[in-house]
Design a protein around this ligand. Structure first.
Ligand code: ADP
Length: 394
């Protein structure tokens, strides 16, 4: 099963996207519906809300009076936090229940208006954000949902801003105003479904990583890499929890200004090799598939040290996740190498030149490319050891 978190500011078009995905075959779990269920009359959720806010938030029939509660919480951040603390855990549990009922191999789209606000994005292997600008959302809420402009503005202001949502988004769907012209959104959603979600779910179910080109293609540094890596790191942390002594973005994409293969390298350090294997297995929940067989690093001394390895099932974002035991010397080398390249422009430029030579050589397959780098890496590590403090586990 692939769990997709779908979110967007109120009025952005999230429900419209969810409907289209449901038509295409997704199992849609609606957080708003779950949020209503957990405060139905007779539920512990409703009892807790009444205890905090008083019987004034009930209708004469004893149901939750949403407009009355809305007036209280939208005007008062503390009241809103209290309400969230009551309702969010109940909704999350209900959503998990609904998602778990979906068939194996399904694409489960969880439509969660406050996904970013509640900090739950790392729990989803993919986050889709639907976007429209604030003025257009306000217009939709007023003309199509009958809100007053002040009400619409207050609701928009109570949610996350565009920057926070952008940082959380693996997929960003722009849904600007349709002025009678063609609507580009359905085609965007269909492409997302066929080109990304369906193969992603298929790879997860088969326990296989997404295919990659055999050639090592170098690309210019992408300013999006740090944010993409931050999301991948957060997902890995979410899954590994305290079994991860450290989770870091490593490799060339972690060095600003360095050209690289478009692959995010992550390093997880665990107490021992057995834990590394367990974490690598569990990374499936973060969209990363463990590769079987023996995985190891070669040290500068020429010995080999075992590790575990997982890579992306997502056809849209290549990630290599190396899970190394703290007993391996290599985790320190990886951090030292990265930090030296970040700090030293000379080594960074020499490395970029070497990479380009290796990539341009005939038959530049991935293995030959890695082999050609090792002497250079050893020399950089020596300079790094002389200039940087040894990496520590936090
Ligand atoms: P959300 O679920 O994000 O709050 P909805 O999908 O319910 O948003 O959309 C809000 C309103 O705006 C709906 O009435 C919808 O029909 C309308 N809408 C959605 N997309 C557009 C668009 N591109 N242009 C104009 N109106 C739109």
């Amino acid at each position: 099963m692939l769990r997709v978190g779908l979110t967007g500011g109120i009025g952005a078009g999230k429900s419209t996207v969810a409907r289209r995905l449901a038509e295409l075959g997704a199992v849609v779990v609606d957080a708003d519906l779950a949020a209503r269920e957990v405060v139905e009359p007779g539920t512990p959720g409703l009892a807790a809300v009444v205890e905090r806010f008083g019987a004034g938030v009930l209708t004469p029939e004893g149901r939750l009076d949403r407009p009355a509660l809305g007036r209280v919480v939208f005007a008062d951040a503390e009241a809103r936090a209290d309400l969230n603390a009551i309702v969010h855990p109940l909704v999350a549990a209900r959503r998990a229940e609904l998602a778990a009922a979906a068939p194996a191999g399904a694409v489960v789209v969880e439509d969660v208006p406050l996904l970013v606000e509640t900090g739950l994005t790392p729990a989803f292997p993919l986050v889709v954000v639907v976007h429209a600008d604030v003025a257009e959302r306000e217009r939709r809420l007023v003309t199509e949902r009958g809100m007053t402009p002040a009400d619409a503005r207050a609701r928009i202001a109570a949610q996350a801003g565009d920057d926070e949502r952008r940082a959380a988004a693996d997929v960003w769907l722009d849904n600007p105003r349709r002025d009678g012209g063609p609507d580009p959104l359905p085609a965007l959603v269909e492409a997302l479904w066929h080109e990304r979600l369906v193969p992603y779910a298929r790879h997860l179910r088969a326990g296989e990583r997404a295919p990659r080109a055999a050639q090592a293609v170098l690309v210019a540094p992408d300013p999006a890499w740090p944010a993409e890596a931050a999301r991948a790191v957060a997902r890995v942390r979410h899954v590994a929890r305290d079994r991860a002594l450290s989770v870091e973005h490593t490799g060339s994409t972690a060095v600003p200004g360095l050209l690289a293969k478009d692959v995010l390298d992550l390093q997880v350090v665990t107490a021992d090799l057995a834990t590394a294997g367990e974490v690598a297995d569990d990374l499936l929940a973060a969209g990363l598939v463990r590769s079987g067989g023996r995985w190891y690093d070669r040290t500068p001394g020429g010995t080999t040290v075992d590790k575990a390895f997982a890579a992306n099932a997502d056809p849209g974002r290549a990630v290599n996740c190396h899970v190394r035991p703290a007993t391996s010397p290599v985790w320190r080398h990886v951090l030292l190498f990265r930090d030296r390249l970040r700090a030293d422009a000379g080594d960074r430029e020499a490395y970029a030149a070497l990479k380009q030579r290796l990539a341009a050589a005939p038959h530049a397959d991935v293995d030959a490319y890695a082999e050609g780098k090792s002497d250079f890496v050893d020399a950089v590590l020596e300079r790094a050891a002389a200039t940087l403090p040894p990496p520590q586990l936090p």
